[in-house]
Design a protein. Structure first.
Length: 65
C-alpha cells in the first residue's frame, strides 16, 4: 500500500467506547462530539466509528495550542 509504512503498527481505535476512553469522555459525550462534527478525525466505517490514536492526539494538542 502506498503511503503506509508496513513496519509501523496501525494505531486504529474502533468503537465509541474505546474512543471515549482515549479522550477521557463518556460514551454519550463522545457520540455527541462525533455526530455534531466536533471530532473530525473520527470516521464512520459501516456501523462503527474508527479513529487513529495519533490523529486524536494531534487534534487535541492543536486545539490546546
Amino acid at each position: 500500500m502506498e503511503g503506509v509504512n508496513q513496519h509501523e503498527p496501525v494505531d486504529l481505535i474502533w468503537g465509541v467506547a474505546d474512543i471515549a476512553k482515549v479522550i477521557g469522555r463518556t460514551e454519550r459525550q463522545t457520540y455527541h462530539m462525533i455526530s455534531s462534527g466536533l471530532l473530525p478525525v473520527v470516521k464512520q466505517v459501516g456501523q462503527r466509528y474508527v479513529a487513529s490514536r495519533s490523529k486524536l492526539v494531534e487534534f487535541f494538542l492543536g486545539e490546546a495550542a
